[in-house]
Design a protein around this ligand. Structure first.
Ligand code: KG4
Ligand code: ZN
Length: 340
């Protein structure tokens, strides 16, 4: 089945057409980064307004690039959770209108499940069960994916997400939004061991994270440095990313060993990070584990991943009615209450 999907949970307006959950026929992303850059982060009202302006054109372009019309589409998938509520509502309402007008089923998709599904586009052979590390701007989860719609969270951050820690540290170094990406570029060739950062243990949960301690350690160390010194900044960027990657890999691989997983899947915007990709590849190689990394174009927010997950959500009885709402705080493992 060919699915048209829409994604508007944060600051990218995206539409895509995907065949049978695996083959992307088109993937169009209109980024709002330039508009939010001057504020140093996403401004929700601006995000919603820009989604309204872009969504129709982006959807038409996705159909055009796929060489299809709405009549060729089997179902319409949309990100309905989690994210900025005003931003989510633009996609949800547009998708509802489209589904109603064209007489197509409407499939609500969880944004973090979609990030995991980005891997199905890159690896046609990949199937659950596996262990996923989901690292985005707002979430950090270690998730057991027992089936395409069967998720169990084993570990999560207790405070900041990994992406947030990278973005805030980048900001301390004077880098523009989105910080994680610029930190990655700055740290190339730097010494990853030049500065030390903690790997906080969270009591009562062996796989949980606390990234606020790393962020505070970065702030305290930076106060004592001459921030304008180029070499120092490069080493600092490399060391901080090394600490984040080491912390993420350590907990994930401990969870994999304890729960008998041999397939590790990375997902979310932060998995574009070159240090994390290299560190996880090295460790999985040494342990004989299979590692799946989405192509860079499917790491950040896009709609192809929403279509990929939507393909598997529909047989799970999740076609929604026109009462579908945006659910900004819905967990990846939550049973949806919107099914017909
Ligand atoms: O998944 P995503 O695009 O949006 C959310 O769902 O949150 O993730 C955005 C996050 C931001 O924190 C951004 O700085 C980070 O992904 N990011 C990176 C890189 N590219 C994007 N972090 C580190 N290295 C990168 N290359
Ligand atoms: Zn995302």
């Amino acid at each position: 089945m060919t699915i048209l999907a829409l994604e508007t949970s944060c600051d990218e307006t995206a539409a895509a057409v995907v065949a049978d959950g695996r083959a992307a026929l088109s993937s169009v992303v209109a980024s709002q980064v330039e508009a939010h850059k001057i504020y140093g982060g996403v401004v929700p009202e601006i995000a919603s307004r820009m989604h309204v302006e872009a969504i129709s054109g982006v959807t038409q372009e996705a159909l055009r690039q796929a060489g299809l019309t709405l009549a060729d589409i089997g179902a319409i998938a949309v990100t309905h959770a989690p994210g900025l509520v005003g931003a989510l509502l633009v996609g949800v309402n547009f998708a509802k209108g489209l589904a109603y007008a064209a007489g197509k089923p409407l499939i609500p998709v969880h944004h973090l499940r979609a990030h995991v599904a980005a891997n199905y586009l890159t690896y046609p052979e990949l199937a659950p069960p596996f262990l996923a590390l989901v690292v985005s701007g707002g979430h950090t989860h270690i998730v057991e994916v027992a089936g395409y719609t069967d998720f169990r969270v084993l570990g999560r951050t207790r405070d900041d997400a990994a992406g947030e820690a990278l973005d805030k540290t980048a900001r301390l170094l004077g880098l523009p939004y989105p910080g994680g990406l610029h930190l990655d570029k700055l740290g190339q060739g730097g010494d990853p061991k030049a500065y030390q950062f903690p790997r906080p243990k969270v009591s009562g949960s062996p796989y949980d994270f606390s990234f606020s301690g790393l962020k505070t350690a970065a702030l305290n160390q930076l106060k004592q440095l001459r921030i304008a010194d180029c070499e120092l900044r490069i080493d600092f960027a490399a060391s901080f990313q090394h600490a984040v990657a080491d912390y993420l890999c350590g907990n994930t691989l401990r969870a994999a060993a304890d729960h008998g997983h041999t397939k590790i899947v990375l997902a979310g915007g932060v998995c574009a990070n070159s240090v994390l990709r290299a560190e996880m590849s090295r460790r999985c190689g040494a342990l004989g584990l299979a590692l799946y990394l989405p192509e860079p174009c499917y790491c950040g927010d896009n709609a192809a991943m929403v279509a990929a997950q939507g393909y598997y959500e529909q047989p799970a009885g999740r076609a929604a009615g026109l009462a579908l709402n945006a659910l900004p705080g819905l967990g990846i493992d939550a049973a949806s209450d919107h099914a017909k």
